[in-house]
Design a protein around this ligand. Structure first.
Ligand code: KG4
Ligand code: ZN
Length: 346
């Protein structure tokens, strides 16, 4: 079974090839540099960059998989793409590329939920889909645009238990980094700073939101902003005032502690309430070392993460979702590009 996949939901342009369970190539172009000066992703620029890079990335993925272009009928058994959730213009680029590739190779087209991709990324080990997930399990997706808890009962069988009501966890990292004058993307910047922290930092709230499995991170971001205003003055941001490095590191650590504790506690509570012993964590924020350590320290649960290379957006995880769907024989037409997919199941 040979699958070609595309990923263009946000600011990574990616194409990947899988042969059986082996990942043959996973070409990724990150637009981070393009968006850095705006401290966040600018949708129109993202769409244009996808358009410019997708032929290059496709060629590179095909070359690395030793399947030189041009595409011929019979090259692939399926062509997959991220159908959403994501930026509308960005999604369309991936869809159109996938459609053209499917037409040329005479293969069916499979639209994949991007967040399912983040979950299944946990199955890769040394370039193979070698560690199948065991169901049922509790899924936490933590990315720049989403923070969701799912009850995963099998491949394609996901029930959303809760999601963020405002900012996603990754978005909170990005916005806090911006307030502190740290570079985009904020997650890695904040984590790096936090690792340097010495001594006690400010106490930020833990937005546990009892009684619901939903999340809320905008209040935590606001708490950081209030703290900075109290230290530097209300117009600190406009004036470009910044904390001294040692204090900035402590603020990063305090913020990260709060975000991590909230994610771990809410996820383990949800798992307990459903009697689930297995947890899988996916998405860009799952690369965070403090989050991995806190989940690792949980007693009574088996917690899975993806290898770091597959935490952020990539087409390999999309190819793998398509593979699982073909293996299950449950292929259904799901081609509509959907910027706000509410339900992630097949
Ligand atoms: O999954 P992803 O690559 O893209 C989306 O689907 O959104 O996630 C990107 C997000 C960004 O908000 C980024 O700041 C965050 O993941 N992130 C991290 C870390 N690495 C990336 N957050 C915390 N710690 C990290 N090490
Ligand atoms: Zn993502």
């Amino acid at each position: 079974m040979k699958i070609l996949a595309f990923e263009t939901t946000c600011d990574e342009t990616s194409a990947a090839v899988m042969k059986g369970r082996s990942l043959r190539s996973n070409a990724v172009y990150s637009q981070i540099k393009l968006h850095r000066k705006y401290s966040g992703v600018v949708p129109e620029l993202a769409s244009r960059a996808h358009l410019e890079k997708i032929p290059v990335i496709l060629r590179s993925a095909l070359k690395r998989a030793q399947n030189l272009p041009p595409l011929k009928p019979g090259d692939f058994d399926a062509v997959a793409f991220s159908r959403g959730p994501g930026l509308p213009g960005a999604l369309m680029v991936g869809r159109v590329a996938a459609e053209a590739a499917a037409e040329l190779s005479g293969a069916p087209l499979i639209g994949v939920n991007h967040l399912e991709g983040h979950l299944l990324a946990c199955e890769f080990k040394n370039g193979r889909a070698a560690r199948p997930l065991e169901f049922p399990l509790l899924t936490l997706i933590v990315s720049g645009g989403h923070t969701e808890l799912w009850h995963a009962r099998g491949y394609g069988d996901y029930r959303v238990l809760g999601r963020t009501r405002d900012d996603a966890a990754g978005e909170a990292f990005d916005k806090v980094a911006k307030l502190l004058g740290l570079p985009y993307p904020g997650g890695p910047s904040v984590e790096k700073e936090a690792a340097r922290a010495r001594g006690k930092g400010p106490d930020f709230p833990r937005p546990f939101m009892p009684g619901t499995m939903d999340f809320s991170f905008s209040g935590l971001k606001t708490a950081v902003s209030y703290y900075l205003a109290s230290e530097l003055g209300g117009d600190f941001y406009k004036k470009g005032l910044r904390l001294q490095p040692a204090q900035r590191a402590r603020v990063c650590k305090s913020f990260q502690d709060s975000a991590v504790e909230t994610l771990v506690k809410k996820t383990s509570q949800a798992a307990r309430s459903l009697g689930l012993k297995r947890i899988a964590v996916g998405g860009g924020v799952s690369a965070n070392g403090a989050l991995r350590a806190a989940f690792g320290a949980l007693e009574g649960f088996e917690v899975r993460f993806s290898e770091k290379a597959y935490c952020s957006d990539n087409a390999a995880m999309i190819a793998l979702c398509a593979l699982r769907r073909l293996e299950a024989g449950g292929y259904k037409n799901s081609l509509k590009v959907a910027p706000d997919l509410a339900e992630p199941g097949w």
